[in-house]
Design a protein around this ligand. Sequence first.
Ligand SMILES: *[C@@H]1O[C@H](CO)[C@@H](O)[C@H](O)[C@H]1NC(C)=O
Ligand SMILES: *[C@@H]1O[C@H](CO)[C@@H](O)[C@H](O)[C@H]1NC(C)=O
Ligand SMILES: *[C@@H]1O[C@H](CO)[C@@H](O)[C@H](O)[C@H]1NC(C)=O
Ligand SMILES: *[C@@H]1O[C@H](CO)[C@@H](O)[C@H](O)[C@H]1NC(C)=O
Ligand SMILES: *[C@@H]1O[C@H](CO)[C@@H](O)[C@H](O)[C@H]1NC(C)=O
Ligand SMILES: *[C@@H]1O[C@H](CO)[C@@H](O)[C@H](O)[C@H]1NC(C)=O
Ligand SMILES: *[C@@H]1O[C@H](CO)[C@@H](O)[C@H](O)[C@H]1NC(C)=O
Ligand SMILES: *[C@@H]1O[C@H](CO)[C@@H](O)[C@H](O)[C@H]1NC(C)=O
Ligand SMILES: *[C@@H]1O[C@H](CO)[C@@H](O)[C@H](O)[C@H]1NC(C)=O
Ligand SMILES: *[C@@H]1O[C@H](CO)[C@@H](O)[C@H](O)[C@H]1NC(C)=O
Ligand SMILES: *[C@@H]1O[C@H](CO)[C@@H](O)[C@H](O)[C@H]1NC(C)=O
Ligand SMILES: *[C@@H]1O[C@H](CO)[C@@H](O)[C@H](O)[C@H]1NC(C)=O
Ligand SMILES: [Cu+2]
Length: 557
Amino acid sequence: MDSWVRVLVLVACMFPALVECRVRHYRFNVVTKNSTKLCSSKSILTVNGKFPGPTIYAREDDTVLVRVVNHVKHNVSVHWHGIRQLRTGWSDGPAYITQCPIQPGQNFVYNFTITGQRGTLLWHAHINWLRSTIHGALIILPKLGVPYPFPTPHKEKVIVLGEWWKSDTEAVINEALNSGLAPNVSDAHTINGHPGPLANCSSQDGFKLPVESGKTYLLRIINAALNEELFFKIAGHNLTIVEVDAAYVKPFQIDTIVIAPGQTTNALVTADKKPGKYLVAASPFMDSPVAVDNLTVTATLHYTGTLSNAPTTLTAPPPPNATQVANNFITSLRSLNSKKYPAKVPLTVDHSLFFTVGLGITPCQTCTAAANGSRVVASINNVTFVMPTFALLQAHYFNINGVFTTDFPGNPPQAFNYSGTPPANLQTTNGTKLYRLAYNSTVQLVLQDTGIIAPENHPVHLHGFNFFVVGRGIGNYNPKKDPKNFNIVDPVERNTVGVPSGGWTAIRFQADNPGVWFLHCHLEVHTTWGLKMAFLVDNGKGINESLIPPPNDLPKC
Ligand SMILES: *[C@@H]1O[C@H](CO)[C@@H](O)[C@H](O)[C@H]1NC(C)=O
Ligand SMILES: *[C@@H]1O[C@H](CO)[C@@H](O)[C@H](O)[C@H]1NC(C)=O
Ligand SMILES: *[C@@H]1O[C@H](CO)[C@@H](O)[C@H](O)[C@H]1NC(C)=O
Ligand SMILES: *[C@@H]1O[C@H](CO)[C@@H](O)[C@H](O)[C@H]1NC(C)=O
Ligand SMILES: *[C@@H]1O[C@H](CO)[C@@H](O)[C@H](O)[C@H]1NC(C)=O
Ligand SMILES: *[C@@H]1O[C@H](CO)[C@@H](O)[C@H](O)[C@H]1NC(C)=O
Ligand SMILES: *[C@@H]1O[C@H](CO)[C@@H](O)[C@H](O)[C@H]1NC(C)=O
Ligand SMILES: *[C@@H]1O[C@H](CO)[C@@H](O)[C@H](O)[C@H]1NC(C)=O
Ligand SMILES: *[C@@H]1O[C@H](CO)[C@@H](O)[C@H](O)[C@H]1NC(C)=O
Ligand SMILES: *[C@@H]1O[C@H](CO)[C@@H](O)[C@H](O)[C@H]1NC(C)=O
Ligand SMILES: *[C@@H]1O[C@H](CO)[C@@H](O)[C@H](O)[C@H]1NC(C)=O
Ligand SMILES: *[C@@H]1O[C@H](CO)[C@@H](O)[C@H](O)[C@H]1NC(C)=O
Ligand SMILES: [Cu+2]
C-alpha cells in the first residue's frame, strides 16, 4: 500500500461510525502545553497537546493499538480504565503493577481487544498525579449493526469532568508527602477543560452544549477528577440513565447524578423545554467533614436559535453533604439484565473477603512540626501498600522473588467498631502484599469504611474485572443479617464503586482473568497514601486461560 493510503486507512479507523476496521490505531504523544485556565499560565502535561486528551473510538470486538510516546521529563504510563484486558494484563497500565514506566524518550504500544463491553470508559495516566491532565474518553460502540437497547439518540456528546489546580499537581502532592499533611485542595473544576464563568476569568467562558428542540442526546459523562466525587445536573431537564461503567442499566429518570472519579454515566437528555439557555452544573459530593474544593463549575445547554443575550435558566447544585441526593441515584441503579445482556452474578462464593478501607497515622521524623511527628497514611486491612520498584506482573511472570508476598490478609487483623470510635493506636503495617486467587474462582468482597481520622466515601476501583454491587449499608457490615438482603438478580455492574462514608458495600466477581490486578481507592490522595493492594490470579488450563507472553517493547525498570 502507498504510505499515504495507509495513513488514510489508519486515520479512518479512528472513526468506527464511518468504516469497519477490526484494528484501531492511535498515537499518543505525551507533550507539555502552556495553559491559561483560571487566567494564569502554567505548563501542563497533555496527550497530543489536548486537555482533555483525544477520545478513543472503537467497537466491541475491535483490537486497539495505542503507541504512547513520552516526550516529557516525567515517567509515564497509561491505564485504559474499565477495559477487561482479558489475558493482556501487560497493557493495563498502572506503573509498577503491570509495567515499568515509559521513561523520557521511550515509547510503548498498548495492544488490547475489547470483549463483551460497550459504552463509555476513560483512559488516564497511572503514575503519581499525572492523570490530573493526562486523561480522555474511551468509547466502545456496539458491534456494527447492533442497536443500543434504548432509543437511538440524535447525537452523542462526551462530557469530561475534571479538577484544576493553579499549581503544578506534582508539586502539590510532593509538598504533602514532605509535610505529612493533606495536600492542597483544587482551585476549580472543569467541564471539557473549561473552568466556567464562576472561576472569574473573563477569557474563560464555560462549555456550551448546543441542542435542537425536540431532539434527544446521549451524554457520555466521565469523572476524571483526582479527589472529588461530583454531582451533575441540568436546569429544568431530567436525565434518563442508560449505562454506567460500560454496562447497560435499566433506564430511569433522575434530575441529579453523582459520579466518582473513574466512574462514567451515559444519560439521555431530550431538548423538550422552552427554547433558551439552561445551566449545567457540576459540584462536589463529600459526605464527611473533609475539606473539598466546593466550587461549582457550570456550562450551558443552548437551544439552537436562542439569542446570545437571552437569560439562562439557573439551577442550584446540591450542597456537598447532600447524601440523600447521592443515594437516590446510587440506589436506583440496576443491571439491564435482559436476555441479550444478562447479569452474570456469581451465585456461589469461593473466597469471602472482608477489607477495611480508611486512613491511619505513622511516625515521621522528617515531617513538619504541624504534623506532630507523624504523617497521614491509608490502608486496606491495616496494610499500607508499599509501591515496588519493579513491576509486579513481570515479577510474577518471570518468577522473580523478593518483589512481593502473597500474604495479604482476607480479613482485618483486629476487629473494632469500624464505623464508631476508632482504636487508640492508629498505626498501620506496610508491605507489598498480594491476595492470590485460583483461575475462575468466585469472590465476594465486603469493603468497610473505617472512621479513622474521618469517615469518608472511598470510590474503590478494581482493574481487570467488572463486579456486581450486591449490597450496601451504613454502619458495620453484619455477616449474618446483611447477606439476606443482597441483590443477586440484577445488581449494577461496574468497575468503580463508592464505599459509603461510615458504611460498607459488597461486590462479587469471577476471577476469570489471569494476571496481577490492582484494587485501589480512586481518590488519588488516598492511593498515594497507600489505600491499594493487588490480586494475583493464576493461569487456568491451557493457553486460552493463561496470560499471554509479554510484548517485546515492554518498558524495563
Ligand atoms: C510557555 O510559557 C513559558 C513561560 O511562560 C514560555 O517561556 C514558553 O515560550 C511558552 N511556550 C509555548 C509553547 O508557548
Ligand atoms: C497485539 O497482540 C496480539 C496478541 O494478543 C498479537 O497477535 C498482535 O501481533 C499484536 N499486535 C501488535 C501490533 O503488536
Ligand atoms: C498550598 O497552599 C498553601 C496555602 O495556601 C500555599 O502556601 C502553598 O504554596 C500551596 N502549595 C502548592 C504546591 O501550591
Ligand atoms: C468570583 O467572583 C464572585 C463575585 O465577586 C465571588 O463571589 C466568587 O467567590 C469568585 N470566585 C472565585 C473562584 O474566585
Ligand atoms: C424528573 O423525573 C422525576 C422522577 O421520575 C419526576 O418526578 C419529575 O417530574 C421529572 N421532572 C421533569 C422536569 O421531567
Ligand atoms: C465551601 O467554601 C466556603 C467558602 O469558599 C467555605 O467557607 C466552606 O468551608 C467550604 N465548605 C466545605 C465543605 O469545604
Ligand atoms: C449540610 O451542611 C450544612 C452546612 O454546613 C448543615 O447546615 C446541614 O445540616 C448539613 N446537612 C446534613 C444532611 O448533614
Ligand atoms: C497536632 O497536635 C495539636 C495539639 O494536640 C493538634 O491541635 C493538631 O490537630 C495536631 N495536628 C495533627 C495534624 O494531628
Ligand atoms: C495495625 O498494625 C499496627 C502495627 O502492627 C498495630 O500497632 C495496630 O494495632 C494495627 N491496627 C489495627 C486496627 O489492626
Ligand atoms: C514500613 O514500615 C516500617 C516500620 O514501621 C518503616 O520503617 C518503613 O519506613 C515503612 N516503609 C514505607 C515505605 O513506608
Ligand atoms: C467459570 O466458573 C463458572 C461458574 O462459576 C462456570 O460457569 C464457567 O464455565 C467457568 N469458566 C471456565 C472458563 O472455566
Ligand atoms: C523512572 O522510572 C525508572 C524505572 O523504574 C526509575 O529508575 C527512575 O528513577 C524513574 N524516574 C523518576 C524521575 O521517577
Ligand atoms: Cu479513598
